[in-house]
Design a protein around this ligand. Structure first.
Ligand code: M6R
Length: 357
């Protein structure tokens, strides 16, 4: 039940710190170290390439998950949109492992791929919020998100839960292989949970950003580089899904190859700057769009901020920034939709689980 909350979406956004703590607990052994089913870890280690298959927000989580897995385990990862993979299968490696990411575990596009790869004799792991769901039953292994029921059509807590479980999977696999992980993931996820709380306590700030940038506009752009680009894609999906503002996420460096032509006087451009190694280049992109009349809203990470930034996120491990940088995206979208009198929890034309191909 949504209790005192006006919408499930807002409740589910607020639940994120708790969900992260629940995930940490659920994947800890008696001594507090992270652990997972040893068959899953062995299957990960045996794979010469991992194929992540997912749709929508879960696909965006997969893009970030690729970074976690590749950085920590050194196993190459490809991320594919389920509905494309079925008829456009890439050449597969010799020992592929398929990871299906699905909040509901019922997405037909993903299931169709699962059936195909099982027929081909490959192993599959499903990361889902719903135990006993179709994708969970039909895969060899399941990892649960422990996020509790997600009712709002716009996925929020499932996304951050997917990222946390992917990070744990990467860390446990890396340790199994013998790669050194130079941070304590339990501790870092704890810092993430606290940072999430701080952000959820700052709702007025995101409401005012939504009002300032998104009340009259017909479109909005989200830009970033690397993992910030992937969070921008998720921010754009959230905004278009519930507020019906046409929103797109772009890689900062790609703007000059076409997209910048769309910038007009006052176009809102939400820029994410959480990564030190691309901090200067994304800020260069902000200058380029501002010079063409855009209204930039820079959201940066503590330690990387400048005076021009609209919001500074609390500092977390640089690999884990998507878990917190997505929260402003969720809240800004929520308040923009509210302001436009949209049905936040049940946006038009959409269903919570998409069980048709
Ligand atoms: O249940 P799934 O994670 O498989 O769902 C995939 C997409 O349909 C879902 O993430 C959709 O994009 C959300 N409505 C986004 O908020």
């Amino acid at each position: 039940e949504k209790g005192t909350y006006p919408h499930y979406m807002l409740k589910e956004i607020d639940e994120q710190p708790l969900v992260i703590r629940k995930i940490i607990q659920s994947y800890q052994d008696g001594e507090g170290a992270l652990e997972m089913d040893s068959d899953i870890v062995a299957t990960m280690q045996e794979a010469d390439r991992i194929y992540i298959i997912a749709a929508g927000t879960s696909y965006h989580a997969g893009l970030v998950g690729k970074q976690f897995i590749e950085k920590l385990t050194k196993i190459p990862v490809e991320v594919h949109i389920s509905s494309e993979f079925g008829y456009n299968m890439p050449l597969l490696s010799e020992k592929p492992l398929f990871i299906f990411i699905s909040q509901s575990g019922e997405t037909a596009d993903s299931r169709q791929v699962l059936v195909q790869v099982k027929e081909m004799g490959y192993k599959a792991l499903t990361i889902t919020n719903v135990s006993g769901s179709t994708l969970s039953r039909e895969a060899d292994y399941t990892l649960l998100l422990h996020a509790g029921p997600e009712i709002a059509v716009a996925s929020t807590k499932a996304y951050t839960a997917q990222l946390a479980v992917l990070a744990i999977l990467a860390e446990v696999t890396a340790r199994g292989i013998g790669h050194e992980v130079d941070f304590d993931l339990v501790q870092e996820l704890g810092i993430v949970a606290s940072a999430m709380e701080t952000l959820c306590d700052d709702k007025e700030e995101f409401e005012s950003i939504a009002h300032e940038y998104l009340t009259v506009t017909r479109n909005a752009f989200f830009i970033g580089r690397g993992i910030d680009f992937y969070v921008g894609l998720e921010g754009a999906l959230k905004l278009k899904e519930i507020s019906y503002i046409q929103a797109e996420g772009f890689a900062g460096g790609e703007l000059k190859h076409g997209t910048i032509a769309l910038i007009e006087e006052g176009t809102p451009v939400i820029a994410l700057a959480t990564q030190e190694f691309v901090n200067l280049s994304i800020r260069g992109n902000v200058k380029e769009v501002a010079a063409r009349g855009a209204n930039p809203c820079i959201i940066s990470m503590s330690g990387l901020e400048t005076d021009e930034d609209r919001f500074v996120l609390p500092e977390v491990n640089s690999l884990l920034t998507p878990l917190i940088s997505v929260i402003p995206m969720q809240l800004i979208s929520y308040y923009a939709a509210l302001h436009r009198n949209c049905d936040v929890d049940k946006p038009r034309n959409l269903a919570k689980s998409v069980t048709v191909e």
